[in-house]
Design a protein around this ligand. Structure first.
Ligand SMILES: [Fe+2]
Length: 305
């Protein structure tokens, strides 16, 4: 695999301090100046001023200069201007205006976390003790940045930028609508979906397990019920448990756990999904504001000005 993961995102928001407080509540570690870190991935989120919310830059980690050469060739093959620096190559995706930078970066090494012990029918694996998930009381802390979801007015062109340009692989498709793309062994690191305007739909952050998804969202909602968007549920495509919340700028942020991993490309068969399966396997029905964020009309007006 030429790339090994998303290294960081830069998101433009109207109020950096307020949004920084939200992501601190979300469990990221503030480093100052709108920069925030995950436990395992280090600095993975940068917030900067923009008059309306938008994804400004997405950075992808690779191992060595050969990978950069390959990306540069891919982007040139799409007739795009590239900027090469020591250790990185960068280009702007023409439809969404998002800058993609591929950089030589160390791989995120995650210490294996032991699976919680569950009881089941005919299987008493946990005897005489309460479940680990109910004994936890600390703040939930995301392990790493998992994925971003980007709306594009030309889904196919944006998809081509990431696949043919940057070398992302297609894990699954939603017919005529969206593509789940990966640049690591995670099922998806980027989802490109058809939209009436280019916008950032959500970012997603890995936590230890399903209990941490639930606990994290409950902590976020305790004093801010207005942050709730959609959850708890389990996606069908990618299999991950999810709970979505809304940041003060209007971007959704997701806690997830237990996503499918594709370690051997030969063993994965991409599917084409439709209807409910393309959205989720179980959970409460998705609210209309998840499918069509409330500020979409305002974002479209801004885009036309
Ligand atoms: Fe997601």
């Amino acid at each position: 695999m030429p790339s090994h993961g998303l290294t960081s995102l830069t998101i433009g928001v109207p109020d950096v301090e307020e949004t920084e407080r939200y992501y601190t509540d979300f469990g990221l570690t503030p480093l100052g100046g709108g920069r925030l870190a995950t436990l395992d991935g280090g600095e993975q989120l940068r917030l900067t001023y923009a008059p309306t919310r938008r994804l400004i830059e997405l950075r992808v980690g690779v191992d060595d200069p050969d990978d950069l050469d390959r990306v540069e060739r891919g982007l040139r093959g799409l007739d795009l201007a590239t900027e090469r620096a020591t250790g990185s190559v960068s280009a702007v995706e023409p439809v969404t205006g998002v800058r993609a930078t591929v950089e030589i970066a160390p791989r995120t090494v995650q210490e294996a976390r032991p699976a919680p012990v569950y009881n089941g029918p005919g299987r008493i694996d946990r005897q005489g003790s309460r479940a680990d998930g109910v004994l936890r009381d600390g703040r939930v802390r995301p392990r790493k940045l998992g994925h971003a979801v980007l709306g594009s007015t030309d889904q196919e062109a944006t998809q081509r930028f990431f696949t043919e340009g940057l070398g992302f692989k297609v894990s699954d498709l939603v017919a005529d609508r969206a593509a789940f793309l990966r640049c690591s062994t995670d099922h998806h690191n980027l989802l490109v979906q058809r939209a009436p305007v280019a916008f950032l739909h959500h970012t997603s952050w890995q936590v230890d397990d399903v209990d941490e998804v639930g606990r994290g969202a409950m902590q976020m909602l305790e004093e801010h019920p207005e942050r709730h968007v959609w959850g708890m549920g389990r996606h069908h495509v990618g299999s991950n448990f999810f709970w979505y919340l809304r940041d003060p700028a209007g971007n959704f942020s997701e806690y997830y756990s237990d996503m499918d991993c594709i370690v051997d490309d030969q063993l994965w068969e991409p599917g084409v999904w439709e209807g409910m399966k393309s959205l989720y396997n179980w959970g409460p029905p998705p609210p209309p504001s998840f499918l069509k964020p409330e500020d979409l009309a305002a974002l479209m007006t801004d885009a036309h000005q």
